[in-house]
Design a protein around this ligand. Structure first.
Ligand code: TYD
Length: 219
């Protein structure tokens, strides 16, 4: 299968500003005439959005961490087949807000599901499709959770309710992401997210410009 496009993912703890940065990058590329698809996980397809509600609603239903991993993977499989691969085939830049690394960080490092099992599950769900570049927005846990709880309480997901997913959980998730980035430095860009959004956006743009062979005028 020939995939002409470029697949870029954003990862990071809750409240790191990932979704804002994914949107800013997509807008900037679109303004340069690049064919860009901005999408997110869990979600991105009708089935994925349904699974998203099952996963994130704060309805008190108990979830085993393995069940979560399988549900995230199910949504991902649909997303890869229906959105990501078709866009990459036609040569688009696909920007995805969270992808398989989130399952390793949250269900693996965070909740203790064996990492090896999650890698196998990830390869199955994605058909082995890996991002060319993954941008990690790194932020101390306190700062991220403070940003999130300053927002609308209805916007909080199950993973942000402190009874199950406490600060120690989010600390493990953060360390997990940093560990993943260390193991595969060619794919990951670690960005300090505790800075103004425009400064971060510029750093991200410069780092992906080489990947997309954008000319200097674009920068
Ligand atoms: P979302 O509202 O998209 O939050 P954020 O803006 O922080 O991305 O909620 C996604 C939540 O689901 C987030 O807390 C991380 C969690 N998650 C996992 O635990 N595993 C996964 O594989 C994915 C994709 C997300």
């Amino acid at each position: 299968m020939v995939l002409l496009g470029t697949f870029i993912t954003f990862e990071g703890p809750d409240g790191s500003g990932k979704s804002t940065q994914a949107r800013l990058l997509a807008q900037r590329l679109a303004s340069l005439g690049v064919d860009v698809v901005l999408t997110r996980e869990p979600g991105g397809t009708p089935l994925g959005e349904r699974v998203r509600r099952v996963l994130l609603d704060r309805d008190g239903v108990r979830h085993a961490a393995r069940a979560d991993a399988l549900l995230f993977a199910a949504a991902r499989a649909q997303h890869v087949d229906d959105v990501i691969v078709p866009a990459l085939r036609r040569g688009a830049v696909v920007i995805c807000d969270r992808y398989a690394d989130s399952t390793v960080a949250y269900q693996g490092y965070g909740s203790g599901v064996p990492l090896e099992r999650l890698r196998e599950l990830g390869a199955f769900a994605t058909r082995g499709l890996q991002p060319r570049r993954t941008i990690l927005l790194d932020l101390p846990v306190d700062a991220g959770l403070a940003r999130r709880s300053a927002g609308e309480p209805e916007g909080l997901t199950r993973f942000e309710t402190a009874d199950v997913f406490d600060a120690a959980f989010h600390e493990r998730v953060r360390m997990g992401f940093l560990e993943l980035a260390k193991v595969e430095p060619a794919r990951w860009l670690v960005v300090d997210a505790d800075r103004p959004a425009d400064v971060i956006a510029r750093e991200i743009f410069v780092s992906i410009a080489d990947l997309l062979e954008l000319t200097h005028e674009a920068m």
